[in-house]
Ligand binder design. Structure first.
Ligand code: 0PR
Length: 386
């Protein structure tokens, strides 16, 4: 349907939307410094719009879009060194990735305890409530990663799954996945790696020669890995993927779907858009592994620049950055965040660690850091942090 140029009601509605939109912070302004999402790559935007009407919940209606999904999953399988038996389940993001993984673990083990580090994302609290699972917390080491010796003591007869974090929400730290994997293999326990943030970072940090642990299917005890395209995949919301070591496991979360084109459907969602899948595939195809490597290199350069500028003010970090996430120690995170927000800058507060979180996503440049530093300095002086 053509847009009638003179339809006043149509134009009026768009104007109304625009007015609401102006109240939002935008990535393009460069002033969102705390989000794990980014301004999507331009090719993601184009692809998204083209696939707006597609529904991957009814794959025979759109076999072309389904083929894109298959290719995207094959790309991730290569990236994560998945075996031939593996498959992927498209999800809306890290929360659904974690829910789906725990659903699999519960079905396969018939047990109900999830052993996870204290740094795990709050989506596991939803899992506990939604699926009646019990969360068993493992303390962290002084480096803010899961303490493997404590983990050993927590695995027992009721353990359905162990969860490791590859890129923690608060600090971007990576749990010792190879050691956890070995332990889970010995104990025959399902091991889920939450790489919602780190999945599109760690493979490239390793290529760049940084000293970060393996986190993927190369570790033989890893059962599932979830990673989000709408975080460091540089694509549009909502898209994540749960990669699963054995496609046969999917059977345990599959139901009959008699009145759509596929007879059986796996996972949580029914109707779901092909647009974010086309967008994420377009970014992956366009950038390729070399393009992602360059993106990560540049994000780390900006992160280390920000680290130097912030510590130069006399502030300190909770821990040196493993990836493009900085935790800056402050006594009153909520006050600092509020004052920065009033001046148009968005960072996140992490009360638990008494810090503010800065994430150097691809749209953050050194020039933006240069603009931010005097604002941070003044704010910290004003509220007595400096
Ligand atoms: N796992 C990890 C390790 C995460 O960091 C997150 C989200 C999730 C799972 C859940 O992912 P979804 O939110 O995609 O379901 N971490 C971000 C955070 O809490 C989410 C976020 C992103 C928050 C952008 C704010 C924001 O502006 O920081």
């Amino acid at each position: 349907m053509e847009r009638p140029k003179t339809d006043l009601r149509y134009n009026g509605v768009l104007k109304e939307l625009e007015e609401f939109q102006q109240r939002d912070f935008s990535f393009a302004s460069g002033r969102i410094l705390g989000s794990m999402c980014a301004l999507p790559h331009p090719i993601a935007r184009e692809a998204y719009i083209r696939f707006l009407e597609t529904n991957l919940g009814d794959p025979e209606l759109c076999p072309g879009t389904k083929a894109i999904e298959d290719r995207f999953i094959a790309f991730l399988a290569r990236l994560l060194h998945a075996p031939k038996t593996a498959t992927g389940q498209i999800v809306s993001g890290g929360t659904e990735g974690n829910i789906t993984a725990m659903w699999l673990a519960k079905q396969l083990s018939k047990r109900n305890e999830v052993v996870l580090p204290k740094s795990a994302h709050f989506s596991f609290a939803k899992i506990a409530s939604l699926m009646g699972m019990k969360l068993v917390e493992v303390p962290l080491t002084r480096d803010y990663v899961m303490d493997v010796s404590s983990l050993k003591k927590k695995i027992g007869k009721s353990t359905a799954a162990v969860v490791g974090i590859a890129g923690s929400t608060e600090l971007g730290t990576i749990d010792p996945i190879p050691e956890i994997s070995e332990l889970c293999a010995q104990e025959h326990v399902f091991f889920h790696v939450d790489a919602a943030f780190g999945g599109f970072v760690i493979p490239f940090l390793r290529k760049l020669g940084e000293d970060v642990p393996q986190f993927d299917f190369q570790c033989s005890g890893v059962s599932t890995v979830s990673l989000d395209s709408h975080k460091m995949g540089y694509s549009a919301i909502p898209l994540g993927t749960l990669m699963i070591r054995k496609s046969s496991w999917l059977e345990s979360i599959t139901v009959e779907s008699p009145y759509i084109s596929s007879e059986r459907q796996a996972g949580i969602l029914g109707t779901r858009s092909g647009a974010p899948v086309a967008a994420a595939y377009a970014v992956a195809r366009y950038l390729g592994e070399d393009g992602y490597c360059e993106m990560v290199r540049s994000c780390m350069e900006v992160t280390r620049y920000a680290q130097r500028r912030i510590t130069g003010l006399g502030l300190s970090l909770v821990t040196p950055p493993t990836m493009n996430v900085l935790g800056v120690k402050v006594k009153k995170p909520a006050t600092v965040v509020k004052r920065l927000s009033e001046q148009g800058w968005r960072v996140n507060k992490v009360e638990r660690l008494s810090c503010i979180r800065i994430v150097c996503m691809p749209h953050i440049t050194k020039e933006i850091i240069d603009e931010f530093i005097p604002v941070l300095k003044n704010t910290c002086e004003e509220v007595g942090e400096l």
